[in-house]
Design a protein around this ligand. Sequence first.
Ligand code: ATP
Ligand code: LTN
Length: 326
Amino acid sequence: MKRVFSGVQPTGNIHIGNYLGALKQFVQLQEENDAIYCIVDEHAITVPQDPKLLRQHILDVAALYMAVGVDPKKAIIFVQSDVPGHAELNWILTCNSYTGELSRMTQFKQKSKGRESAPTGLFTYPVLMAADILLYDTDIVPVGNDQKQHIELTRDIALRINNKYGETFVVPEGQFVKSGARVMSLDDPTSKMSKSAENPHSRISLLDEPSKIKKSIMKSTTDSEGVIRFDVENKPGISNLLSIYSAFSGETIEELVAKYDGQGYGTLKKDLVEVTINALTPVQERYKEIRNSQELIDVLKDGADRANAIAEKTMKRVKDRFGLGL
Ligand code: ATP
Ligand code: LTN
């Protein structure tokens, strides 16, 4: 069995990009692997958070994990800050990473753009992510395309330490889906759909009401050509809608292009509204049942215990290799 690990930040507005790029894979991968799914609250505080809201968002993400089908009997679900090994390993990896490589991370460049000085945590964010992954001897990391560079860095750090200190870490691999690995924003299809974008119509959140889903899709940005074909370069809006449609319905892009041949954008959009609402309604129903339940708290407590047991073993090995402690 392979070890699978991934994480989502509890920063609100989990959207269909997070779902199609990451969460959907979580569900598939739990079947034949030893899967661990984390709510990475320590990553969330790299930018200011309201403490009361952060707590709520942690439970929101945990409930959404379960609502989309992550099963606590098959996978460990836990909160990052409940396992001290993450912060501990983060320091050791920080001492083995370089400011040069961290300066090249595009996510840092984007998030710190225009500022003279940025929080140090925003800069070292990818090292904490490497710690999350390496702490569990992870083989596979299912994530969206935007995380490719961070996975590469994780591999570089693991190999560097293995070379210097002897076999210490499993070197992980990223796993990316074909359709949905990079869902684009609905109002600007040249940038990725994001939780933090100001315009709520730029994304479809998993908990959006049907009327909001309809409005966001119907007013999404397309082009004036009026022909439905897949061409990311010249038709990013229509291509994005086709990708989302394909990821939700299971039909291939080619099948969809043939199906809508000669039809207007309005028809495609209307059908996509239906496909999206049909996919999200059961998730929303299950979410409502779980969100305020004692079951959710029990799952996270049990998950933290099981994650800690694995993390403690790794930390013992790592400290041994580095000659730390007695
Ligand atoms: P923000 O968009 O505000 O920067 P985020 O959604 O990227 O936040 P996370 O919540 O940590 O941050 O992402 C969780 C998972 O969702 C990651 O695996 C990430 O790669 C994936 N993901 C995020 N945005 C998209 C997207 N637009 N398309 C596909 N996958 C995505
Ligand atoms: N950096 C990721 C979230 C994240 C993660 C991880 C993903 C933190 N730790 C470990 C996979 C494995 C993001 O911003 N989407």
